[in-house]
Design a binder for this molecule. Structure first.
Ligand SMILES: [Zn+2]
Length: 296
């Protein structure tokens, strides 16, 4: 029995190494993650992963530096299971208990994944029939150091999240402005992405409706309902409630994840990890993710 466990552990460690090596085989390192210089030389291998030495600051780094794995002592399999649980909308507490990791680690991992995903989800332009709607979310100061002071001094503001879906595979869901309707912010961040020849189908907001009327120039076509925009509010509300309230400063990241989970194509969680998180040439900065105790 004991022997069996030892073998299994060995197998796990081996799988971990092989997976890591495979993931990093094609990862391109362009610049030194410490000083940013692009002048470096190959500097041997460590655990089968190519290392480099920077000719400017003399520090060594590898294809794994600054990737999701680089500071993690946990094994690859745990990471994958975590990502899978995340795509199943499990709570941090559930993930932590199931994978025997701390809640702090689970929180940190979730943010690393969200941050990596948030890079290129949003389409650059929207064309065809472009469905546009809005959701107003109350500002959430969770995790903000001065939350109590701010909360007592000023009421929480309304954040306008605009959702738009054209004929593209992806969709647009972003917080655009606070407080009141802001036409210039809307034009700059949303309308500028909508192609001139497209037709705007507005959903339940008089301001968006007025934008649509002007854009469509009295043209009227029969439009099929886009349920992801029509039901953006209940869907988003339900989605955010899974996370027990999302701090506004992290809202964008969660919205990127929301977009991915709402696309037509079925995303295999392995593809998600492999293509989006590990294989790409993405240096994920860890300094932006601060873990505040008040978050739990
Ligand atoms: Zn350097």
């Amino acid at each position: 029995m004991l022997q069996h466990d030892v073998e299994l552990k060995k197998f796990d460690l081996h799988t971990n190494d092989v997976l890591k090596r495979d993931f990093y085989k094609d990862r391109v390192v362009e610049a030194c993650p410490i000083c940013g210089s692009t002048w470096h030389i190959k500097y041997g291998f460590y655990n089968g992963i190519q290392r480099y030495k920077c000719k400017v600051c003399d520090k060594t780094f590898s294809r794994a530096t600054n990737s999701l794995w680089s500071y993690s002592k946990k094994n690859t399999r745990t990471w994958m299971e975590f990502t899978e649980l995340m795509t199943e909308n499990k709570t941090l507490k559930f993930c932590a208990e199931k994978l025997k990791i701390s809640i702090g680690t689970a929180f940190y991992w979730r943010h690393k994944i969200l941050q990596a995903l948030s890079r290129d989800v949003t389409p650059d332009s929207l064309s065809g029939v472009v469905h546009v709607g809005k959701v107003i979310i109350k500002e959430n100061l969770k995790g903000c150091r001065n939350a109590e002071i701010i909360a007592s001094a000023t009421p929480r503001e309304d954040i306008w999240v605009i959702g738009a879906k054209g004929q593209e595979d992806s969709m647009f869901v972003k917080p655009i402005f606070k407080h009141w309707w802001n036409r210039s912010a809307f034009d700059e961040k949303v309308y500028s992405r909508i192609e001139e020849k497209s037709y705007i189908a507005p959903y339940g907001d008089r301001y968006i409706k007025s934008v649509a009327i002007r854009h469509n120039r009295n043209k009227s076509i029969k439009v099929e309902v886009e349920y992801r925009i029509k039901y953006l509010w209940p869907n988003l509300k339900k989605w955010l409630s899974i996370f027990h309230g999302v701090a506004s400063k992290y809202l964008q990241r969660y919205l990127s994840f929301f977009i991915i989970m709402n696309l037509d194509k079925v995303i295999d969680y392995m593809d998600l990890i492999y293509e989006k998180l590990f294989k790409g040439n993405r240096f994920i900065r860890t300094d932006e993710i601060r873990i505040a105790n008040s978050l739990f």
